[in-house]
Design a protein around this ligand. Structure first.
Ligand code: SF4
Length: 449
């Protein structure tokens, strides 16, 4: 344990631990230490990644063009219909607007965009500079809403107000303003809302197929391939099934308080968690027929997958992985999925994990695995070298860390192009880990101290 602490700032020591019976509980759920160069993104970015996949809404960023460029097309977030979300609109605030205010520019921009694109709703994001100059974005949104007759929702997300996690909360509050505002003529009794899948590479469509096979109606997808009208009707579902709980717990809780909709936490990564998700939903509806169909589906997929996974396991056994992702729940699924193909997780960290998440990780991992909350490039690079990891699994900001130290990288976040969820996803994941970890190119790279 002493060895891993060498490169950690004093005030961050308690946010790092190792798996093992006598190790202490990790410190987490706190603001990033100033100057530590956290891997976390800003509040605005947090709100943007959650709302972005609502494909028939207008997304307008009130701020400098840099904020828009930073989050432009930030996720795959595939759509089966409109693609308005992929256009990144911005008021492009300049020096003059900072001095005299940007309210007129904002009003004119929303009106022009609504007239041109006829969106179902508009999300207006405030950024750091708007938090500083104090434009009254709320009143402009109300005015346009009255004039144009669509929901125009201010997303109050100045970047400096906290971290990405605070942005998730802001996004949930914005979505909640739509929930309950419309009733579709009919919503089947056995219907769920899927919360926290963002359809990065089409995984939502895989899940829809599974749920259809076991007889569950999906009422709204929040927010992957999301539609404003479905979200407005989300209060009529019987259950919220929440993945990526870091971003969607707030919404689930608000819907529980207001509409008495229960929620359950699931993960769709790895075959164990995917199967549990289907069984848990069937159990919730107390439906024997649904449970039987879930069992059949799992059996069929297992018999198809297990021989293929065995092939990968044989070749990957002994490889070591470093995991650093946004939500800890995803990290837990990754540890299990990697174990299935013979890969040991030697570093497991997240940006936003809770004490319960980290305790679970500690129990799940082999003794000595480094567990870290809200890490930074210096720590991660040192951990990876110390533990001799063969592959790094993370998001867009972890990719350069891996490549700089000559390590294979697997994107498990915004930019991936292959679905990694569900049973198909597990095979894609195994293929990617195999292709990356076994690539001969690593013979020509060396770790630099
Ligand atoms: S930190 Fe501020 S300036 Fe930077 S992207 Fe976030 S909102 Fe924009």
């Amino acid at each position: 344990m002493k060895k891993v602490m060498g490169h950690i700032l004093d005030d961050r020591q308690k946010q790092v631990s190792v798996a093992g019976a006598n190790e202490r509980t990790i410190d987490c759920n706190k603001a990033s230490l100033a100057g530590s160069v956290s891997q976390r993104a800003c509040v605005f970015c947090g709100s943007r990644v959650v709302l972005y996949p609502i494909v028939d809404a207008l997304h307008l960023i009130h701020g400098p063009i840099g904020c828009a460029a930073y989050t432009w097309d930030i996720r795959g977030s595939l759509s089966s219909g409109p693609e308005l979300h992929r256009l990144s609109f911005c008021t492009d605030l300049q020096e003059r607007d900072v001095i005299f205010g940007g309210e007129n520019k904002l009003y004119d921009s929303i009106i022009e965009l609504v007239d041109k694109h006829q969106p179902k709703a508009a999300f207006i994001y405030t950024t750091c500079i708007v938090g500083v100059i104090g434009d009254d974005v709320e009143s402009i949104c109300r005015r346009v809403e009255r004039e144009k007759g669509i929901p125009v929702i201010p997303v109050q997300a100045p970047g400096f107000q906290g971290s990405k996690k605070d942005g998730y909360k802001v996004a949930c509050e914005s979505i909640f303003k739509l929930v309950g505002t419309k009733n579709k003529p009919y919503t089947p009794a056995k219907s769920i809302n899927i919360l926290g899948d963002f359809n990065l590479a089409g995984e939502l469509w895989i899940l829809l197929e599974y749920y259809k096979r076991i007889g569950v109606h999906v009422n709204a997808t929040i927010t992957g391939d999301g539609r404003v009208d479905d979200i407005c009707n989300a209060h009529n579902a019987a259950l919220n099934v929440v993945q990526c709980s870091g971003s969607m717990n707030y919404l689930a809780q608000m819907m529980k308080d207001e509409y008495k909709i229960p929620s359950m936490r699931v993960s769709y990564f790895g075959i164990e968690d995917m199967s549990d998700a289907l069984y848990d939903v069937a159990r919730f509806f107390k439906d024997d027929d649904m449970m039987e169909k879930a069992r059949e589906l799992v059996k069929e997929e297992f018999s198809r997958l297990i021989p293929q996974l065995a092939w990968y396991k044989e070749r990957l056994t002994g490889k070591k992985a470093a995991i650093y992702v946004g939500g800890a729940f995803k990290a837990i699924s990754l540890v299990k999925a990697l174990r299935l193909i013979g890969v040991e997780s030697v570093i497991v960290g997240s940006q936003t994990g809770t004490t319960e998440d980290y305790e679970l990780i500690k129990q799940l991992c082999d003794e000595g695995t480094i567990i870290v909350d809200d890490s930074n490039p210096v720590e991660l690079a040192h951990f990876v070298k110390e533990k001799h990891a063969d592959i790094f699994i993370g998001g867009v900001k972890e990719r350069p860390i891996a490549h700089k130290i000559g390590l294979g990288f697997c994107d498990h976040n915004h930019e991936r192009k292959e679905p990694l969820a569900g049973y198909e996803g597990m095979i894609n994941f195994a293929k990617e880990i195999y292709a990356t970890a076994m690539s001969p190119v690593w013979k020509f790279t060396k770790l630099v101290d």
